[in-house]
Design a protein around this ligand. Structure first.
Ligand SMILES: [Zn+2]
Length: 246
């Protein structure tokens, strides 16, 4: 009996695709993104039968450190904003890109929402919901139009609701815009923002990254108490999820 044990262990190691350090052996499913290499995890059995291959494990953190946020919001925050950098949290998370690879991105939300949004992003990852870009709006000079045109997913941005003097929910770190070009904001009068999102006003489409009523994305946010702008009456903000529902 003693002699059979090592053999069993070796087989188990091969099956787990990760025994003994780097583990990038021949035939082992390793997914490599542009920014990170993710080793296949042992989570295949928990994915609701979505495939026989082991899926990479989601990795996400709330970045700690007194100045973790301050240096990241030089353009998107200024004095007079409704919340300060100390109330915001930087999330660094894995996500599936449109290229079907795992990438790592960043998102800023209010500290009260950080943990539950991390859970939401984990659910989106496991559902393989693709995100084209996940960069802070400072990468676009805090210009929402540029960020949207790049189909960039973002959270905090100290800005007003377009065309009003009212703070956007994004200014509180309580809102996220997902794949905004494929989930545009459409006013009652038919204005589309970003303009290049017009082909996606037709919500019968099923292009990658589009959000639809009751899909895995809407359900993940709903479980966190966040509501979707695509269910508003009148204007529709298909990219927008917020804690207040506004
Ligand atoms: Zn929004």
């Amino acid at each position: 009996m003693k002699r059979t044990l090592p053999l069993v262990l070796i087989v188990a190691c091969l099956a787990a695709a990760g025994c003994g350090g780097t583990g990038a052996g021949a035939g082992v499913p390793v997914t490599t993104g542009d920014e990170v290499a993710v080793k296949a995890g042992s989570s295949a059995g928990t994915q609701g039968g979505s495939g026989v291959q082991a899926l990479p494990r989601f990795r996400g953190t709330v970045v700690t450190g007194r100045d973790a946020v301050r240096s990241k919001v030089r353009s998107s925050w200024r004095r007079g904003c409704p919340v300060g950098p100390v109330e915001l949290r930087l999330l660094r998370v894995d996500y599936w890109g449109f290229d079907k690879r795992v990438h790592q991105g960043e998102l800023i939300v209010h500290r009260d929402h950080a943990r539950r949004i991390l859970v939401v992003l984990g659910k989106l990852f496991r559902a393989r919901y693709p995100i084209q870009r996940l960069k802070l709006v400072d990468a676009y000079g805090a210009d929402d139009h540029r960020s949207m045109a790049a189909n960039n997913t973002s959270g905090f941005n100290c800005r007003r609701v377009s065309g009003t003097s009212r703070w956007s929910e994004h200014a509180f770190g309580g809102a996220i815009d997902l794949n905004p070009l494929r989930n545009p904001y459409v006013t009652r009068g038919g204005r589309v923002s970003p303009p290049a999102g017009r082909p996606y006003v037709n919500r019968a489409r099923r292009a990658a990254g589009m959000v639809h009523a009751n899909d895995a994305v809407v359900r993940a946010f709903a479980a966190a108490g966040w509501r979707w702008g695509g269910s508003w009456s009148g204007s529709k903000d298909y990219q927008h999820f917020s804690s207040t529902g506004r």
